[in-house]
Write a protein that binds this ligand. Structure first.
Ligand SMILES: [Zn+2]
Length: 220
């Protein structure tokens, strides 16, 4: 279940929101939040010039995560969210209300609060890095598969004379007309490959044809 995002700062969330939800999802899978928080993207221009000003906070009573957005890099905001998500987890587990002093400089004054803060610093960054690398790995695999499919498409289309070296773009209609023929005839005429290889290739062909409803190839 996605978490609710509110944007009183009215910043452009196009690129950021998928990562906010994706990271929330990842943290939720790992930590199992009992309830989702609500995330607020706030603006406070008076806070921005203050080098040691506010970046984010978590309100345990309303389950709200507030992120200050002024002049910040999106990834820096994600890091704040990661940190506050750990506080949210601590709150859900009844471990955040440790009592004692919680004013400015509490980290040096309140031993119990320091422990939960250290956990948020460590676990927030750690899980965010895991999320980041998971995404990077997926993107790498995706582009590799795309490349493989394109190469296979190119070979098949050349083989069946649908394209030749001078063809610039293959139109969808042409390809669709050839799909059945391709599925049936792909391998039979190739006598140099083993039956196993034929089957494997046939499977690949079917997969490629299924995945690429629109095949547009630019031939070098
Ligand atoms: Zn904290």
């Amino acid at each position: 279940m996605p978490c609710v995002i509110k944007n009183p700062a009215n910043i452009n969330l196009d690129g950021l929101e998928p990562h906010v939800q994706g990271m929330y999802d990842y943290f939720n899978q790992k930590l199992g939040f009992k309830k989702p928080p609500t995330m607020y993207f706030d603006s406070d221009p008076s806070n921005q010039p203050n080098i040691l000003g506010k970046t984010a906070y978590y309100d345990p009573s309303s389950l709200q995560i507030h992120i200050f957005t002024d002049g910040r890099h999106p990834k820096d905001m994600l890091r704040s969210i990661a940190h506050e998500l750990i506080h949210h987890k601590q709150n859900m587990d009844g471990r955040l209300d440790v009592g004692g002093y919680s004013g400015p400089g509490y980290y040096l004054e309140n031993d119990k609060l320091r422990v939960v803060e250290q956990e948020a610093m460590l676990e927030g960054n750690k899980l965010m890095r895991e999320y980041e690398d998971t995404i990077k790995k997926e993107n790498k695999n995706m582009s590799l598969n795309e490349w493989k499919n394109n190469e296979l498409n190119k070979l098949l289309l050349k083989k069946f004379g649908i394209i030749n070296e001078t063809t610039e773009v293959v139109e969808e209609e042409v390809v669709e007309e050839q799909q059945e023929a391709l599925e049936e005839e792909t391998i039979e005429e190739n006598t140099e490959v083993t039956e196993e290889q034929q089957e494997a290739l046939q499977e690949s062909v079917k997969k490629v044809l299924k995945e690429n409803r629109t095949i547009r190839l630019r031939i070098k």
